[in-house]
Design a protein around this ligand. Structure first.
Ligand SMILES: NC(=O)c1ccc[n+]([C@@H]2O[C@H](COP(=O)([O-])OP(=O)(O)OC[C@H]3O[C@@H](n4cnc5c(N)ncnc54)[C@H](OP(=O)(O)O)[C@@H]3O)[C@@H](O)[C@H]2O)c1
Length: 313
């Protein structure tokens, strides 16, 4: 059986880790359900990329979309060309898998409608909580249950910074260390302002309450230098349903050191889901990093192509 072909947009921290994990998957599967990354979209096609044939690399979105592939994976970020890639993948009847919270938070509902219409899967596990399977938990395991509220730490960059400050580091040193470890971008303002966590909260609210993620209002309060020093602060994102509707908020909160939120340190993420039937469910793990995020992408590719993982019943 020939390998199933993957078109990969983006080969940065996440995309390059995805290429490595595809190679690991193929080794473990010894040919059964093998995957092949046949085309890779980047900004700079002149750079060498480990594990990728130079001839597969392009900076031409049209050529990338025209290449024959069974599944399209996007790890570019931003809205353009990510949204164009998503729409084209679905219009051509191919599963679309993404790590892009911005696209899912703004256009997820319309893309899901289109995916249902054409009968293909969309996967966005990697867009929230990196490798923590919170999307699958809400979409499948808890789909029958009633969610009352959902809260947690959804931004690894800010959490890394806040934990370093709690341990006595200076703001600029903590930020430099977060960048060095690959947990913060050159400009972390979206993280600190709470906008990244707000996008992730919108996606979770969609799955928990059925609201269009683009229409959910989220109040955001930025994390600031002044408020963070010394205390056990966490950027907490919360959405709940009450008599006035469904409301979201993101902002810095001082929490008890020995609480689940206080024990979530460094790039860790935590999601607590309060349900009527199952009670309080807690999911935690690394919430940032190329490897953890790529693992979620690969999980969605395998599911989207209907490949069995080969373990258990
Ligand atoms: N890093 C994480 O920890 C993490 C965690 C969860 C989710 N995510 C999400 O994963 C996605 C990718 O993140 P990342 O950290 O891997 O980003 P990154 O390291 O900056 O990589 C972005 C990749 O996209 C390519 N690219 C950017 N703009 C492009 C354009 N206009 N046309 C073609 N290619 C373009 C870049 O090409 P060049 O290589 O040529 O520059 C690069 O290969 C984002 O949506 C991010 O939010 C990341």
């Amino acid at each position: 059986m020939r390998p199933l072909r993957v078109a990969l947009a983006g080969c940065g921290a996440v995309g390059s880790a995805f290429v490595e994990q595809v190679a690991d998957w193929n080794r473990r599967r010894r040919g059964r359900g093998a995957l092949e990354v046949v085309t890779v979209l980047v900004r700079d096609p002149s750079r060498r990329r480990r594990g990728i044939d130079r001839r597969s690399i392009t900076d031409d979105v049209g050529a990338f979309l025209a290449a024959p592939a069974e599944v399209v994976v996007e790890a570019v970020g931003g809205l353009d060309p990510a949204l164009r890639i998503a729409r084209h993948a679905l219009a051509s009847g191919r599963p679309w898998v993404t790590a892009n919270k911005a696209v899912v938070a703004r256009h997820g509902a319309a893309l899901a409608t289109e995916a249902r219409r054409v009968g293909v899967e969309i996967g966005f596990e990697a867009a929230v909580g990196a490798g923590i399977p919170v999307v699958a938990t809400l979409r499948q395991a808890l789909a029958h249950d009633e969610v009352v509220a959902l809260r947690g730490i959804l931004n690894g960059t800010t959490n890394f910074l806040l934990t370093a400050l709690e341990r006595g580091a200076a703001w600029d040193d903590a930020l430099a260390e977060a960048r060095r470890r690959g947990f913060a971008e050159a400009d972390p303002s979206r993280d600190l302002q709470g906008l990244d966590a707000a996008d992730k909260l919108r996606i979770l609210a969609w799955l928990a309450f059925g609201v269009d993620p683009a229409s959910l209002e989220v109040d955001v309060v930025p994390v600031s230098r002044a408020g963070a020093a010394g205390a056990v602060m966490r950027q907490v994102a919360e959405v709940r349903r009450d008599s006035s509707g469904i409301r979201g908020c993101v902002g810095p909160v001082e929490v008890p050191r020995d609480s689940a939120l206080g024990r979530t340190t460094d790039e860790g993420n935590l999601i607590e889901i309060d349900t009527v039937g199952a009670g309080r469910i807690r999911l935690s793990g690394p919430g940032a990093g190329g490897r953890a995020t790529a693992s979620a992408l690969l999980g969605d590719v395998v599911a989207g192509l209907g490949l069995a993982a080969g373990r258990g019943p």
